[in-house]
Design a protein around this ligand. Structure first.
Ligand code: 5AD
Ligand code: SF4
Length: 439
């Protein structure tokens, strides 16, 4: 038998891209590819790209340039661009970087095997359709190998919210939910392959409305059904919009033990003026009330968020309002970004805030968020948490896992096993992780 061809995939952007990269590797697995960690060994290089901010998109072109010597050394090497930059720029990518053989968007990667065959014949292939068919149903299945203990599962894709800054509705398309039975089938398969924790993914995951027995199911109902799968111990979901946080989902945080006490709920800004300009359709006040309800259901809920500073028109006072919201809510961790104008979005037409002003604000916001993150971590010291061990650590006998609150936890103990969920007492808090001991 011929040696298998080697596939190198590099993933940028969100967790959904991580999930998609795994599916692409499976799809090309059916064409005889195995994955490699080394681009130099590859017969096919795929960049699974992100278009969310300008920097993310530009990285793709600098990375592609670096593959030039590899292609010179191996004329059979094929290079593909997948993901959201592929969707947004399509054929333009090949014009800008002639090294590229293949461009495939996030909704058509089930067609990769055919595209791969075409490029092997010397063709160039571009597919950025939004097809009628469901890609998940048309993906060739890879080998049913054992999986790492924590897995992602896409249940919803796309977005109809059209926040004024965001490319997602254009790159991922309209909001679509996968039917309940397909989600269940995939979850059961993951659990059979050793998965103990599933993170349900969607650009707007709490707007999930999949067809199921008896009609349309919301996310809370889906989570409650998934919780019945024996062997599945933990459920998470990301990422959510405040306006889709329905009563039953709030309640599930209090009464569904498998739903972990961690929630990523982006607010973007604490200024009502800016929230309006962003077309977020909620206020700072309504967000804070929502957090109160969530905390009433689950008092120890650890909150995460996303923030944008320097949105067009943002004044010093608007920014102070954001800091005030952060102080009031108290985040366990959060992501913050400088606004980046994205072509085709409504906000891109507006006059930007000077870059030095935006940088200074970002710096101040990040200082506050880091302080809160450290405080939340330090508060774990002395507490008992449950940890799912996901991989071996660097030290002998060390395991690294995640607590219920999604903190990375190191435990050095020969009894700690991969895939085990153990009670751990936290003994120390470092910059980005906690150290603990088995109880
Ligand atoms: N500029 C900066 N940040 C952005 N985000 C989305 N679009 C932009 C943009 N144009 C951030 C938001 C979102 C996260 C995924 O990325 O905070 O929640
Ligand atoms: Fe980036 Fe958004 Fe695409 Fe994810 S969906 S890769 S965050 S542009």
């Amino acid at each position: 038998m011929a040696d298998p061809k080697k596939l190198f995939i590099k993933t940028y952007g969100c967790q959904m891209n991580v999930y998609d990269s795994e599916r692409m590797a499976e799809a090309l697995g059916a064409s005889g590819y195995v994955t490699t960690e080394r681009a130099e060994d590859a017969d096919m290089i795929l960049l699974n790209t992100c278009h969310i901010r300008e920097k993310a998109a530009e990285k793709v072109y600098s990375e592609l340039g670096r593959f030039k010597p590899l292609k010179a050394a191996n004329p059979d090497l094929k290079i593909g661009v997948a993901g959201c930059v592929a969707q947004a720029e399509g054929e333009e990518i090949m014009r800008r970087q002639p090294l590229v053989d293949l461009v495939v968007g996030p909704q058509t990667y089930h067609r990769l095997p055919a595209m791969e065959a075409a490029v092997r014949q010397g063709a160039r292939a571009v597919d950025t359709d939004f097809p009628e068919e469901d890609k998940f149903e048309h993906l060739p299945k890879g080998p049913r190998a054992r999986r790492a203990p924590a897995a992602f599962l896409t249940v919803q894709e796309g977005c109809d919210k059209f926040c004024a800054f965001c490319v997602v509705p254009y790159t991922r398309g309209a909001e679509v939910s996968r039917p309940v039975d397909r989600v269940l089938r995939e979850a059961e398969d993951l659990v059979e392959r050793g998965v103990r924790e599933i993170t349900l993914l969607g650009q707007n995951v709490n707007a999930y409305h999949g067809e199921g027995p008896g009609g349309t199911w919301g996310l809370a109902r889906l989570i409650r059904r998934l919780a019945k799968i024996e062997g599945l111990a933990r459920i998470r979901f990301t990422t959510s919009h405040p306006n889709d946080m329905e009563d039953d989902l709030i309640a599930a945080h209090g009464d569904e033990p498998k739903l972990m006490p961690y929630l990523h709920l982006p607010v973007q800004s604490g200024s009502d003026r800016i929230l309006k300009a962003m077309a977020r359709k909620h206020t700072a006040e309504s967000y804070i009330r929502l957090i109160e309800r969530l905390r009433a259901a689950r008092p120890d809920l650890l909150l995460s968020g996303d923030f944008i500073v320097g949105f067009p028109g943002e004044t010093d006072q608007d920014f102070e309002d954001t800091l005030a919201l952060v102080r009031e809510v108290g985040y366990g961790q959060a992501y913050s970004f400088k606004y980046s104008a994205r072509p085709g979005t409504p906000a891109a037409e507006k006059t930007p805030v000077p870059d030095d002003v935006a940088s200074e604000r970002l710096h101040r916001l990040q200082a506050l968020l880091t302080e809160q993150q450290r405080a939340a971590q330090d508060a774990m010291v002395g507490r008992e948490v449950s940890v799912l061990f996901e991989k071996a650590g660097r030290l002998p006998g060390q395991m690294v896992g995640k607590s219920d609150y999604l903190h990375a936890v190191h435990v050095t103990d020969p009894r700690a096993e991969l895939g085990q969920i153990a009670k751990v007492r936290i003994v120390a808090s470092g910059p980005n992780s906690l150290a603990g001991e088995l109880v």
